[in-house]
Design a protein around this ligand. Structure first.
Ligand SMILES: Cc1ncc(COP(=O)(O)O)c(C=O)c1O
Length: 378
């Protein structure tokens, strides 16, 4: 069967989104028993006992469809926004996909940023719409003037991530409001704040939809709350907008166990603080070690760093993988000298630092002894 003749024409040439390699896949394919994952910007800390207990309790109700009200109410209180301005999704990416479906059809274009999150284009092309790309600015972040310059009469949506998935570059609050002030009223903005809790604007940006009804904020429990496996995200938007949004959504997008876990995570502020503190100190340690090796790191916030290894990027990435360290090569983003490294657990970061130092040394001095495994297990 030649499916390419049946798939929608605008999607035939699309490349699949490349998620980070999972630890299980590397274990299966390499035979390595010890594998360390630094590739998908997850938290390296397991759910707290409170979160786990809440999820276990919810298991007993698995015969019933879930009720999301308790999580919605808690989120509204936590964010200081009306409960009618909240919607939940199966991860924030589910909400972003739904928002594109709600607003965009074939006669429209969507403005994206050059180094925006790579999952977006498929959603736009799926609607048969066009993509207009704005050149990125400093640190691979978004440039407001370039974004505005791409907007025309057919633009229906502007979709950007801040901090960005690529470098962690964060838009200043004043730049976000300047963008919102200057956009024509026919453009809806989706501001993807998957990394909001690591950055500085979260409290203020949560309230943006109250002042600018054409902006939707999306956030997630996958990063700072450490619950990527549960798939829970939320959107903050104008209640009127959500009235339409709910019409196109599947019933019960988030399962009961995931709802219970997310609610417990919101109530367990100590666990959030633990993840934020571990991320901060791990990030600092990694930045210092990379600087010592002469590796340039792009300025940003988030639970990861984007580092420029120059010509050593490929051998370092491949060498790390061979040793069981999964990082993210950035060649698919057109940045062949960069590697993105998520902040792992402290002990794993130390092992990673040793491995990087060794691989850089081996790259500079290829004839030196290379006993990788001895290094990592020591
Ligand atoms: C910028 C950005 N947006 C959205 C997502 C998806 O997050 P979720 O797990 O909430 O679907 C990610 C995940 O890495 C991301 O980096």
């Amino acid at each position: 069967m030649d499916w390419s003749t049946l798939v929608a024409p605008q999607l035939r040439a699309l490349k699949a989104y490349q998620p980070g390699i999972t630890a299980e896949k590397l274990r299966r394919e390499s035979g390595l028993t010890e594998v360390f994952k630094f590739s998908s910007n997850e938290a390296p800390i397991k759910p707290s006992p409170l979160i786990e207990a809440a999820m276990c309790a919810a298991l007993g109700n698995a015969n019933r469809y879930p009720d999301a009200q308790a999580l919605l109410d808690k989120l509204a209180e936590h964010l200081g926004v009306p409960v009618a301005s909240l919607a939940l999704g199966n991860g924030s990416i589910d909400l972003i996909e739904g928002l594109v479906r709600l607003f965009v059809s074939a006669e429209h274009n969507v403005v994206l940023s050059e180094f925006g999150y790579s999952a977006y284009p498929a959603f736009v092309l799926g609607q048969g719409a066009k993509i207009r790309i704005a050149r990125s600015g400093a640190n691979f972040g978004h440039d407001i003037d370039n974004l505005l310059a791409q907007v025309d009469a057919d633009t229906r949506l502007l979709l950007i991530d801040s901090p960005t998935n690529l470098s962690g570059a964060e838009l200043a609050y004043a730049d976000i409001t300047r963008l919102l002030e200057q956009l024509p009223p026919h453009v809806v903005v989706v501001l993807d704040e998957a990394y909001a809790e690591f950055a500085g604007n979260a409290e203020k940006t949560a309230k943006l939809p109250q002042r600018y009804p054409n902006v939707v904020i999306t956030r997630t429990f996958s990063k700072a709350y450490g619950l990527a496996g549960l798939r829970v995200g939320y959107a903050i938007a104008d209640a009127g907008l959500l009235g339409y949004f709910h019409r196109i959504r599947p019933p019960f997008p988030v399962g009961g166990v995931a709802l219970a876990g997310a609610l417990a995570a919101l109530e367990d502020s100590a666990h959030l603080a633990l993840i934020l503190n571990a991320t901060r100190s791990g990030r600092q340690r990694l930045l210092e070690a990379l600087a010592e090796e002469g590796v340039t790191v792009v300025a940003g916030t988030g639970n990861f760093v984007l580092a420029d290894f120059g010509p050593a990027a490929k051998p370092v990435y491949e060498g790390l993988l061979a040793l069981g360290f999964i990082t993210r090569a950035m060649s698919a983003y057109g940045l062949p000298t960069h590697i993105r490294i998520s902040i792992g657990a402290a002990a794993e970061i130390e092992m990673l630092i040793v491995a990087i130092a060794h691989l850089l040394q081996a790259h500079l001095n290829p004839h030196a002894d290379q006993r990788h495994s001895a290094l990592v297990t020591s």
